[in-house]
Design a protein around this ligand. Structure first.
Ligand code: DGL
Length: 271
């Protein structure tokens, strides 16, 4: 397939949490144009089966491919951990995919942490993706995976940096498995919003890491290697959702840090 550096980059998530990744990319790669798709009609993915998430991911990737994207970023840990390999196989040679798991794994290894906690949705934790990958890359690293399913909806409802969020965060992080870790991976694209609260819980003694700090480096390197890096922005960024409500648009501001216009697109068909 012929690709050109002026084509946009596709980004998708179950909903609007992946906008934290979109923002980090837009900030670090201002010459690139982005097309975002939030599958708000099926949100949350964290409670769905791996099969359902794979099916959604294929359909969304087909849509982003039709939008002429040169590369697609799976800005959702639940989809990255259950669907990435299948997507690579399904679209072999046609689409370049980047997931949000591998860049974080590489960074942990680079920094030399040995006892690593992971918090994420049930779908991500049930996939055991982090323990499986660390086992392959460095079996010495001990991994402690804990499902924290209330955190994503809590943040979406605007409960962060307050008493309620502190109590819920405390109750999850007091898990004995996380007692002696040296790094904690925020393996959900919603969690950058509660990074400070998590840091407070550990009193700064544990390295709190999330993919928004590292994914753009991975994307940048990949585009360089493939000679697909843009040096001049070719148009506006677009933000699509499969189900539109004003509440989604208001919440989008929380994740993106500024007002954006969401447009509904019916990739699941009309009645
Ligand atoms: N953004 C999703 C993730 O990173 C979590 C939200 C959901 O469950 O859909 O896993």
């Amino acid at each position: 397939m012929n690709r050109s550096n002026q084509q946009p980059i596709g980004i998708f998530d179950s909903g609007i949490g992946g906008l934290t990744v979109a923002k980090a990319l837009q900030k670090n790669m201002p010459e690139e144009r982005f097309i975002y798709f939030g599958d708000t009609i099926h949100l949350p993915y964290g409670d769905k089966s791996a099969d359902a998430i794979r099916y959604y991911s294929i359909k969304i990737s087909k849509f982003l491919k039709e939008q002429n994207c040169k590369l697609i970023i799976i800005a959702c840990n639940s989809a990255s951990s259950t669907a990435y390999e299948m997507l690579v196989e399904f679209f072999e040679g046609e689409v370049i995919f980047v997931n949000v798991v591998d860049p974080l794994i590489k960074e942990v290894i680079r920094r030399g942490y040995q006892r690593v906690g992971v918090i994420a949705t049930k779908a991500t934790i049930n996939s055991s993706i982090y323990s499986k990958k660390f086992k392959v890359h460095n079996p010495e690293i001990q991994v402690f995976e804990v499902a924290t399913p209330l955190l994503a909806p809590m943040i979406e409802e605007g409960f962060y940096n307050g008493n309620i969020s502190r109590k819920i965060i405390e109750s999850y992080l007091s898990n004995a498995d996380l007692e002696d870790i040296d790094a904690l991976l925020l393996a959900c694209t919603h969690y950058p919003l509660i990074k400070n609260e998590i840091n407070d819980f550990f009193k700064g003694k544990v390295a709190i890491m999330d993919s928004i700090d590292v994914v753009h480096q991975e994307v940048d390197q990949l585009l360089m290697d493939k000679n697909l890096k843009s040096y001049r922005k070719s148009g506006e960024d677009l933000f699509f959702v499969s189900d539109y409500t004003t509440s989604f648009e208001n919440t989008a501001r929380i994740f993106y840090g500024e007002d954006i216009k969401l447009s509904a697109i019916h990739i699941w068909g009309n009645i």
